[in-house]
Design a protein around this ligand. Sequence first.
Ligand SMILES: [Zn+2]
Length: 689
Amino acid sequence: MRSRRWIFPLLATCLAMLLLAGLAASSRAAAPYAGADPPAVYRVYFANAAGLQQLAAALDVWAVNHAEGYLTAPLTPEQAERLQATHRLEAAPLPGPLPGPALAAQGAAGIPGFACYRTVEETADTLAALAATYPQLAQLKTIGVSWEKQTPGGPAGYDLDVLVLTNRARPGPKFRFFLMGAIHARELATAETALRFAESLLAGYGVDADATWLLDYGELHLLPIANPDGRKRAEAGILWRKNTNRSDAACIWSPDFDGVDLNRNSSFQWNSCLGCSSGEVCDQTYRGRAPASEPETQALESYLRALFADARPPEPDAAATETTAGLLLSLHSYGEYVLYPWGWTSSPAPNAAALQTLGRKLGYYTRYNACQIGAPGCFYQTDGSIEDWVYGELGIPGYTIEMGNWFFEPCATYEAGLAGATLAALRYAFKAAQAPYQSPGGPEIVAVTPATITLAAGAPLTVTAQADDTRSYGGVYGSDPAQPIQAARAGLDFFPRQAPRNGWAMRAADGRFDQPQEVLSLKIETACWSAGRHLLYLQAQDRSGQWGVPSAALVEVIDAAQFSLQFTSLPSIPRPGQPATYTISITNQSPVTDSYTLAGEPTTWQFDLPAQPIGPVAPGATISVTFTATVPRLEAPPADQARIVVTSTTQPGKCLDAGLMMPEPSLRRFFPFLSLLPPLAPPSDPPTG
Ligand SMILES: [Zn+2]
């Protein structure tokens, strides 16, 4: 009985596959995708997930409507005739415009008829110009070449250009966000959106607080056009998807169907599931003759391997480490989806819950459905995608955003909302790249007011913001429940994942943390703040205990103390009861001779300071000061920060402070035993003035 029950479905599947294989190999009219000769588009109805999967393997599926049970695809007359016998078909309109001769005449710059999208050449020029304009923030790298460039005898082809954005003056390690577009050539809006994201960060550096810290602590690696050869064909108004490989991916029926689908060619689970990619060269989802057979795929995989440490054991069921940093996002069109691994199986990925949570954050900004690509009722299964590869091989979450409603999205709808919503999602994604499996589970900080402020040192600073735990949206696939805000904190100039050294707890404006959205307020003294630009980071926590991604305000401090402080010798983390010796240097940056007084905080610590005032110090000169500080053996409650405050005697009220090493809070509970422990190493990022 058991075997018999299996035979029939298997037989049916094989028959269907044969039928569809015949479909794929049928002769097609020349250039049915050219702009002058738009393809006939149909709705093809499917009965179930298996039926959809069979169709997806053989057809150029443009969109899937699970609710009504049909897919949208262009069909040749022969394909339509064959499918008519087994499927319900309905003629459908072309979802949007193709560039025709009339459209092409309109614009001088950009893609003909689509002036809002820069061409392959204009994109390369923009990347080079950005690297030249922002040498401290942007660097151009060539990570490989396209198939045409690698292959002699045809068009010249292209380099694969990656623009790396980060503030190079600040050393790492930094978290990394890899953003790519146009792996499918005809998806025009994707490359432009990736470019605009880079431009918004560069223009915002030093002006926009979030752009500033993202480039200080993070790196954006941007590959706007992953498939430049194919993209060049698409710019001529052809609905080209694959690369242009015409040696071992030459379609015998028509050169219009040459090439390899680069998002089915990756080496993880390549050709691993039935109907998840095609072995027919002429098909739009042709996977290539071997895993990573194409130069574009090889370049991408080797660059990503160098970029991200492996965070996931090789077993299929093994989860990536929770604290992993790094994110890959590949922009596609169209269909209005946020998609995440796995694609090659309908089973959930080991990090499924966290992948879903971040997917729904991206869904919030785009208002798209968010789901696991291979899950029943989401999209359809795919194998050999770069999103599965980066998650499967390296444990880095890989996301797809399917932008908009047509491959050649009209500029009017692109500019009216699609560009802005996608850029907002990318901004969140970059923030989340520092802890993509964790921080999306926490609330966001929005409406930071003031976003930028200039103040004199010593003036009070009042900041308000909103903590928001409601920003989760997966469309018909559900959203994460909002939880009440539990706490909020602010920190001055500290990296958001470190414990706040100069930190403050923020209050709920209504006096109580009990809602998923809370207005926060904070009033801070700025007496000892140094001159120049500071970032005030704000972060909130919900009742799950998870802290969300931070947002920041930019504070420009003027009229500050005209000297600087620097530790020249730091002890190991002090042990209670034992004096620790510190040396700091004070450099007089004022035009007059100055001297200084020192005071230690908290007063429960014992400070042995030199005779005061310290000086005189001539303009431009530096003086060294050595002192000791002793943590008390018993201190209740333990101080949460200790610092040395230095005040100028010629500029009344102008001071600077420097934080001192604190024993680990957990160790401090066991003071009586601490003196038995060996000295601890100091943290890697010592506090300075
Ligand atoms: Zn695509």
